[in-house]
Structures are given as C-alpha cells and as structure tokens.
Write a protein that binds this ligand. Structure first.
Ligand code: ADP
Ligand code: ZN
Ligand code: ZN
Length: 725
C-alpha cells in the first residue's frame, strides 16, 4: 500500500516549526495553501498546509491524521504568497503559524469561517425575452421584474425595489428559466480626468509607467502638497485600465474618509478597504473580493499587505517613512520591506512615496538601488511655510507656550484663520534639561546623551551602560530649573480653552479620536474653515488637508534633539516637516513656530535652512561613521519581566552564548521606555555590517536561547531591523 503523504501544517501556536499530519485517507490530494482542521492536544485547530513531504521526523505511529479539509479543498493562498510568508518567518525568526495566520482575515482563522460567495447578478434568457413579448396577464409583478431586466443584467439589490415579495418573484422567474443567475463581473473603473500634471509630476509618471512590467522600486520624494497622490492616481489609471489589480498601503491613521473619497471619485470604483478597525465580516468580504479578482483596487494599512490578489500589477506605499508600517509586537515585520520583497517576487513595480523619506529608502535611492523621483514644488503653487525659531530661554511659558507664540495664535484667530498647536508626544527617551540655560546630561565616556530614569532618580547612558544620580540643581548655572524636556504641557488644551474662550479648541489624539466618528466630526468642523484651534499629537501630522490653517506651533522638540535613540533626529525632522506641511496649503502662506531651548542646534539649523535632503544626508553620514542602520544592520533580543533582574539574567546568559563572527552583541540595557504595564523591558543589541552574517549568527544562536532555563521566566523575542529601542 502506498504511504500517505505527510502534510506540513502551520498552526497558530508560538512554536518555531511546522507540524506534520497524515493526509486524510480518502485519496484526495491536499494542495499547499489549503485550510485544514487538525487535532492538537485536546482540541482541534485550524491550520494551513504549507508543504508536503514523504517522510516525517515524528515516528509514524504517533502521526495524527487531518480531521477535515476546509473550504472544499480550495486553496486560499497561492505558491508565491506562501513562499513570501515562508521567507518572512525565516527572516523575522517568528513562529510560522503566527505568520501564516496574519495572512488570513480573522474570520478564517476559525473553522466555522467560510469564504463568501461572489455576489450574483440576474440576466434575462431567450425564454424570458419571449415571455416579455406577451401580455403581463395575471403576473404583473413578475412582468415588472422581467421588464426591469430587459435593459441588462442587475444585481439582487437592484431588484429589491420591485416589491416586498421580490425574492419570491425572482425565485419564480429562475424556476421558469426566464432568468438565470451568474457572478457579478468585476467593476470597471470609470476614470475622471485629473488636473494637468506639472512637469515634475509628469516626469515621475512617465518614468515609472515606462516600465510597467518587471520589478523596480521607485522612491517618489516630493514635498508635502507636491501632488504625490495625483501621481499615484495616474499610475493606477494605467494599471487598472489594463485589467490588473493594485494594492495601496497607507499608514494607520492615513486612511481617512477624505482619502477614500478621493480615490473613489477619481478612479470611479469602490476600493476594497482593509484595516484592523473593520468588523470580521467586513474584513472577510474585502479579502474575498480582492482574492477573487473582483476588486481591482485594495487600499489598506499594514495588515492588508498579504491580501491575495491574482492579477496584481503594482504596489504603492504612501508615507513610507511612517513608523506604523513596522509591527511592534508579536510578528514584528516591516510592511514596507515585505512589500518591496513581494513586488520583487511578482516582478512588478512598487512606488514608495514620502515628503520625508526614511534614511533606509533614501540611502537606497542614493546608491541607485531605487529609482529616485523628486517633486520639488507644491502642485498648487502654494508657497512653503516660513519658519520662526523661538528661544525658550528668553521667555517664560504658559503651560509650554511662549508669550510670542500666544500672541501669534491670538492674531491668527482674530484674522479668522485656524491654528495647529502640536504636542510632540512620541515615545522619546526622557531627558533631564535645565529650563534656564539648556543644560542636559552628557556621558563622560561616550558621545551620547543621558536618559533620565525618573523612578530611580538616575541618568543612564544607553551606549556604555554607565549611570549616575540625577542632580538636584543645574550643574552649569546652578538654577533650580531641571525638568523633563517637553513636560508641563498636560494642561495645555484646557488652558487654551480658557485663554481663547471665543474659539473652539479641537483635540486630536489617540484617546479622543479612537471614539467612533469623533475624528470625522472634528475634521468636518475644521473644513468649515471658521477660526479654531487644533491641539494634538502625531495624528495631526499626517495626510490631512487643513486649508484654513495658517499657523502651526510646535511646542516641544528638545527631547528629540537630545535623545539616546539614534533615530530620534530622523523622526524629528520628518515630524516637523509633516506638521509644517499642514499649514497654508492653499492661497494663504503659512507660518511655523518652533519653540526650543536650543535654537542653535545643528539639526534645526540644517533642516530649516537647507531642507530635508541635506538634513537626511548629514544624518546618513553620522550613521555611516557609527555603523548604524542603514549603514549596518541590527536585531534586538528583547526580554521583559515583572522583575528586572530576571530579564537581566536571561540577557546576560544569552550574550555569553552569542556565536563568534563579525556581528557583535551589546548590552543588556534597559529599553528607553523601561517600564510598561508593570514590566521591565530590556534588550541586547546585535549589530554588524553584514546582513547575511547577522542572520547566520542569530540562526545559530536561537536554539541555544530556547534551551536557557532563565528564558522560561521572561517573555523574550527577536526583533529584526528594530525601529524602536
Ligand atoms: P501630496 O500627496 O504630495 O501631499 P496631493 O496629491 O494631495 O499632494 O496634492 C496636493 C493638492 O494639490 C491637492 O489639493 C491636489 O488636488 C492638488 N494638485 C495635485 N496635482 C495638481 C496639479 N497637477 N495641478 C493642480 N493641482 C494639483
Ligand atoms: Zn542651567
Ligand atoms: Zn556612555
């Protein structure tokens, strides 16, 4: 008797391997990418078949049989998607089952989940036409429905208007074979002409569209408002009109109704929208529509990356520098990097767009790996904003706002215009700083700034690990003026409401806008263009058009200037330009006020006088001389525990076992935000010039780590290409 094939199944459990099962013995072959239900421990679990082998390391008598093949044996994921996912679990060193599960809509992670049938439409048959040529007789409603269909096929929802008994009527017509049902054809785009492109836009479109087939990664580097979105539209026009599909990925908070409306009206079709805020049912529908090819355009956030699309012709990733493309827990992947990999495997073009490209992408453009397209001016010809740097040492503040900034706000509102007050609440490392003279701690041994660990009252160097007590008075000017940089803004919103009682103060932050509809309501109010104050965090920096805003005040940036995180300056530059890009996008010129204790800092000087590219190139040089990404490569071994010493012990033992080679290990050190949810977080940095060597060494290291007893008392994980320290 021939032996049954062994199915290698990915199961959603945190174990670093696949599980072997015997194929069902009904003789039906099970293909890769099929969902199966398998016995696992005391229960059944849904898994995906990702391989077939003729032998297993598990002794034959212990192999269990698949309980059931789901979806009638239909393949959910094709070979290429499975190969991509396989690459992901190897590259990111994450449990295969967890990686595979992220490629399925949540509803299909359960056995009950079924792939929705494509929507149907109804068509008149020849017999139906004959019937219509005779009098209505005693079936007026049937006759009415036949008449409605005589102009062409219609979907069920269009027939519902016939009358309350429409389902019965339709059933009768089907029964008589006067009408047949068939799957609805894919929607065809109805493209509206866009504006006449300006030369930079036209050059970018021509150059990208010149090679519609074959892989190429394009960096669309254009200042805010330079018309990048319009370039995407033109490219999509071509791709969609050739009958291909396109995937557009945007940052988490970039997926606004505004943006969707724009795609919809310009391309004349409803995109399938995929993000984590949808219900399981909506997500499943969108996924099925993309997978069946019915939806030509998919727009989504990070989680839409793995959507199966059989006729994929192009990937576009907007705001490619945005940190939300990196998942920060569980399967810690970079949607940007995998999107490039996916385009490479599919041999199609990918466009990465940003006004402030990440240093990784910029570096790839500089060395010629990516094609670099620059849009230098605003498409509407609106001028870029003017800058004012205010030295906070010269003046007192009102909950973080200087007198000069307050006066400018007052004038702007009085002119009937809108103001953004931007609070920088990113998780920067806390820095102790003197409000009087600007002093902040420097490590005596390294060229590094000290991080303030307030709970233990100490200053800590994240490079060498040295520490000392935090001083009570400023070591330089002896003033009793040491506070955490950027603090004292907690009551700013309420204080502004009291200070400007005649104007609405709208708050935009995660707490406020996660309430359903609040964000849209507030955006609607801003669009009315009455004078108001918009107070908020990162959420205000992205994607929105605020035509009425002419003044932006950035309250606190000093934390970023002296952060221990080597990415802090890159992020600060991006953030400043992104927020500034919200101002004066229409006829009126905008002003941006930056408040700082360090008006002479090189970073500010360079960014404001020479622009982002010069700034980014300076940062790239600094990274190169330090061997930091993108010049070098990194991974972190992260560990967390309620008891800091447990995390420390595990990481110490892990560091001792790191294999010899060109890649080095540093630490352990506390995470910049050390305590989160009552747990202490620490990490080791693994860093080297060669990506291959790093992966080789880490792959040898992992089995040793899994053997460590100290590892059972902590939560630990590898973070490849980390974005946060
Ligand atoms: P970005 O995506 O770079 O921020 P958008 O594509 O949103 O820029 O364009 C900014 C504004 O300029 C939008 O209001 C858009 O309609 C308009 N716009 C874009 N391209 C043109 C053009 N070629 N001519 C006139 N207006 C344009
Ligand atoms: Zn001082
Ligand atoms: Zn140091």
């Amino acid at each position: 008797m021939p032996k049954l094939p062994i199915l290698q199944v990915a199961l959603p459990v945190p174990l670093p391997h696949l599980f072997d099962y015997l194929a069902p013995d009904d003789g039906v072959a099970v293909a890769f990418g099929t969902r199966v239900l398998v016995p696992f421990g005391r229960r059944n679990m849904v898994g995906i078949v990702v391989g077939v082998a003729d032998r297993s390391e598990v002794p034959e008598e212990r192999l269990l049989c698949v309980s059931r093949v789901l979806d009638g044996g239909e393949r959910l994921l094709d070979d290429r998607l499975i190969d991509l996912l396989r690459w992901c679990w190897k590259y990111y060193k994450h449990a295969p089952g967890d990686v595979m599960a992220s490629a399925l809509p949540p509803a299909l992670r359960k056995a009950q989940g079924v792939i929705p049938e494509p929507p149907l439409q109804y068509r008149l048959t020849a017999a139906g036409v004959d019937r219509l040529s005779m009098p209505a007789g005693r079936a007026p409603v049937q006759y009415k429905m036949l008449t409605a269909l005589s102009a062409g096929p219609l979907p069920a929802k269009a027939l519902a208007g016939i009358g309350s008994q429409w389902r019965k009527t339709l059933a009768a017509l089907l029964e008589q074979a006067w009408v047949i049902s068939e799957p609805e054809p894919p929607a065809r785009p109805v493209i509206l002409p866009g504006p006449v492109l300006i030369p930079d836009q036209q050059d970018a479109v021509n150059s990208i569209a010149a090679n519609p087939k074959g892989f190429a990664c394009h960096l669309l580097d254009g200042v805010t408002g330079s018309g990048k979105t319009e370039v995407y539209m033109c490219l999509l026009e071509t791709v969609l009109s050739e009958g291909k599909q396109a995937l557009v990925l945007v940052p988490e908070i970039g997926l606004t109704p505004q943006l969707l409306r724009r795609f919809k009206s310009r391309l004349g079709l409803d995109p399938a929208v995929i993000h984590s805020g949808l219900s399981a049912g909506e997500r499943l529908e969108a996924w099925a529509a993309a997978r069946s090819g019915r939806s030509a355009l998919v727009i989504g956030t990070r989680s839409a990356l793995f959507t199966p699309m059989p006729r994929m012709g192009m990937i576009i990733l907007d705001e490619e520098h945005d940190a939300s493309f990196k998942q920060q827990d569980g399967f810690r992947y970079s949607a940007r990097d995998i999107a490039v990999k996916r385009a490479l495997e599919l041999d199609i073009p990918i466009v990465l767009g940003s006004a402030t490209p990440s240093l990784e992408s910029l570096n790839n453009a500089v060395i010629g790996k990516y094609k670099w397209h620059r849009l230098r001016e605003r498409a509407t010809r609106a001028p870029l904003p003017t800058w004012r740097v205010l030295d906070l040492k010269q003046q007192g503040t009102f909950f973080g706002l200087s007198a000069t900034a307050l006066a400018s706000i007052e004038e702007t509102l009085a002119r009937g215009e809108q103001v953004i007050v931007f609070l920088n609440r990113r998780g920067y490392a806390p820095v102790l700083m003197c409000q009087q003279c600007g002093w902040s701690g420097q490590c005596e041994r390294c060229d590094a700034h000290l991080t303030w660990h307030r709970s233990i009252g100490r200053l800590f160097c994240h490079h060498c690990g040295s520490q000392r007590p935090a001083p009570g008075l400023c070591p330089d000017c002896r003033a009793d003026a040491l506070v955490g940089a950027g603090e004292g803004t907690q009551q700013l919103e309420e204080s502004l409401a009291k200070r400007f009682p005649d104007f609405p103060v709208l708050r935009f932050d995660r707490d406020q806008t996660s309430r359903k509809g609040v964000m849209d309501e507030q955006l609607e109010q801003v669009r009315l263009a009455d004078p108001c104050l918009l107070v908020g965090t990162q959420m205000l920096a992205k994607g929105h058009h605020f035509p009425g805003v002419t003044l932006v005040v950035i309250v606190n940036i000093d934390q970023a200037l002296y952060s221990a995180d080597f990415r802090a300056l890159e992020r600060m530059g991006q953030m400043i330009l992104q927020v500034a890009g919200r101002a004066g996008r229409m006829e009126k010129a905008g002003t941006v006020i930056l408040q700082t204790l360090h008006p002479d800092h090189k970073a500010l000087e360079l960014l404001l006088s020479q622009g982002y590219e010069a700034y980014a190139r300076w940062q790239l040089k600094e990274r190169q001389s330090a061997g930091l990404p993108p010049a070098g490569h990194q991974a972190l071994l992260r560990a967390e525990a309620h008891d800091r010493s447990l995390a420390q012990k595990f990481l110490d033992e892990a560091a001792d076992r790191f294999p010899r080679g060109p890649t080095r290990v540093f630490g352990p050190m506390p995470a910049i935000m050390e305590r989160v949810g009552g747990r202490s977080r620490m990490y080791l940095v693994i860093q080297g010039a060669s990506r291959n060597a790093l992966h080789r060494q880490v792959d040898h290291w992992l089995p040793e780590l899994r053997k460590l007893r100290s590892g059972r008392k902590v939560r630990w994980a590898i973070d490849v290409d980390p974005q946060e320290l």
